[in-house]
Design a protein around this ligand. Sequence first.
Ligand SMILES: Nc1ncnc2c1ncn2[C@@H]1O[C@H](COP(=O)(O)OP(=O)(O)O)[C@@H](O)[C@H]1O
Ligand SMILES: [Mg+2]
Length: 333
Amino acid sequence: MESGSPVHIADLAAHEAYLRRDPLVVALVELADVRTCLFVPLLKDDELIGALGINREQVQPITDRQINLVTDFAAQTTIALESTRRERQYREAQMALAHANRIATIGQLTASIAHELKQPLAAVVIDGGGALRWLARQPPDLDEARSSVERIIKHADRATHIIGGLRDLTKQNAPRAEVVDFNEAIVEVIALTYSEAVKTGVTVSTRLAPQLPRVQGDRVQPQQVMLNLIVNAIQAMSGSGGGARELQISIDAVPSEGGVRVGVRDTGPGLSPESLSRLFEPFYTTKPEGMGMGLSICRSIIEAHGGRLWAIPCEPQGALFQFTIPATRADGS
Ligand SMILES: Nc1ncnc2c1ncn2[C@@H]1O[C@H](COP(=O)(O)OP(=O)(O)O)[C@@H](O)[C@H]1O
Ligand SMILES: [Mg+2]
């Protein structure tokens, strides 16, 4: 086998390995009823990576034609195995890269996220103090105290929401198949980026869709796409001159395509023909600190979900990035 040639044994029970009672060969003959057998090596660059074996329970030699057939099949098998391995490696590298990009993007938002968390926490303290004062009255004003406590719960929920979104986006999980509520998913991402927008002087408007088709897939991956698009939009506007800085985020159901369409529109400097043709290339960046991986990762995520991602220059200024994701079909595919 190591020489790379097929090994044909017309009768294993007559083979010297059986006659000297090699335990493996004895087991093959006496327990598995193997008599005639053929082993064809799987070779990759002259290295033995496995073997393909066929056997018969009767002594009936395998013809040269059959041996050639199995040899051809073994060569195909080697190619298939190799391409599966490459594909897996590629997928793993992509996942690691996407994770690194996510961490880097969130890293750029750390200060804003901390600020975003301080607000509900400060509000908890204020409403907590209020509740104590209502309770200290003679007689205590229970209705007012109750409202204060209800507000405390709301503030705490908001903080939990922000942290929850952050945790989901930073964990490196294998993609899950779940029903994704796109409205909720985007609200989470907006919560993470809101302070960054405010800091940059950007007004954010959001238009959610009242009714969306069921989309089955991973929630975090489309969120990563939204995060990249929103951060790009804010960064694009941070450099631009005194004009209006508006970020419009929209979600629509697209019945004709049976899916969901998300749009992120900004009023930044827009897209030159040069940048329009290169935006989605890996490592294309015009930012001093940029990685240039964001949009290329976004596109591969969206395409893996069967959707499309594209960019459109806007009049009088700015850019619109849109992506679609198809809904779950009835057969679950
Ligand atoms: N909203 C936008 N407006 C204008 N240019 C953009 C916008 N989004 C992306 N770009 C351009 O595309 C480039 C690549 O973006 P991206 O792949 O996210 O990498 P990075 O953000 O690290 O530069 C950016 O450097 C920028 O030149
Ligand atoms: Mg980016």
